[in-house]
Design a protein around this ligand. Structure first.
Ligand SMILES: CC(C)(COP(=O)(O)OP(=O)(O)OC[C@H]1O[C@@H](n2cnc3c(N)ncnc32)[C@H](O)[C@@H]1OP(=O)(O)O)[C@@H](O)C(=O)NCCC(=O)NCCS
Length: 177
């Protein structure tokens, strides 16, 4: 197994990010709220802007991206305490080697402790949505301290099939605020 570095993706990574994001959306349409077709039609500048102004971490080996995860925050006064984790995806050949766990531990640490971006300073809670049958992801989130707080019935319609989603959250303890 090659060594992996974790780094934040920037606008110059837009093409590589779009490639791995498209792969995830295409191979696992049930796992994500976004659709492959919708994201394919986005101009690359929009992808670049999302990276430069957001917070997307990648696990990288020899310049190839093995996995990604995003952290988004709200700028709105009443919801800027909530961060949203999105788009967790690890390429099949890298699975079961702790890549997703490392990516999540890094964004959780960024949100709770390191706070490398100004908009993270008010974060108090992280949220994540997961398709209700995605046992691998649910087990991982629970292992990292996330708890389920709601089930949204028929949250996604993929083709002809509805999918429920579980909403999970990780609230920061007072000493970490
Ligand atoms: C879910 C996913 C991100 C896991 O990535 P990964 O790098 O293989 O996960 P890790 O190796 O870090 O595993 C961490 C934990 O997740 C759970 N897990 C991961 N894959 C699993 C599997 N196939 N079956 C059961 N549990 C699994 C286990 O609890 C594991 O801990 P363990 O290795 O101590 O048993 C990956 O399978 C993936 O990209 N799936 C498709 C997209 C997706 O479902 N994204 C989540 C959207 S909410």
């Amino acid at each position: 197994m090659q060594a992996l570095d974790l780094r934040r993706l920037r606008e110059s990574d837009a093409s590589a990010f779009r490639e791995i994001r498209s792969e995830g959306l295409r191979l696992h349409p049930d796992a994500f709220g976004a659709s492959f077709a919708e994201e394919q039609s986005q101009p690359l500048e929009r992808v670049a802007d999302r990276l430069e102004n957001g917070h997307v971490m990648a696990a990288v080996a020899d310049d190839a991206i093995a996995g990604v995860v995003g952290l988004a925050g709200s700028r709105a006064e009443k919801t800027r305490h909530i961060g949203l984790i999105w788009g967790l995806y690890v390429r099949p050949s890298w699975r079961r080697s702790g890549v997703a766990r490392r990516l999540l531990e890094t964004v959780i640490s960024d949100a709770m402790l390191v706070r490398p971006q100004p908009w993270m300073s008010d974060l108090r809670s992280l949220r994540i949505c997961v398709e209700a049958n995605n046992r691998a992801a649910i087990d991982l989130y629970e292992a990292l301290g996330f708890t389920a707080w709601a089930v949204e019935k028929q949250a996604l319609l993929v083709g002809d099939h509805f999918h429920d989603e579980i909403h999970m959250r990780l609230d920061f303890s007072p000493q970490n605020r």
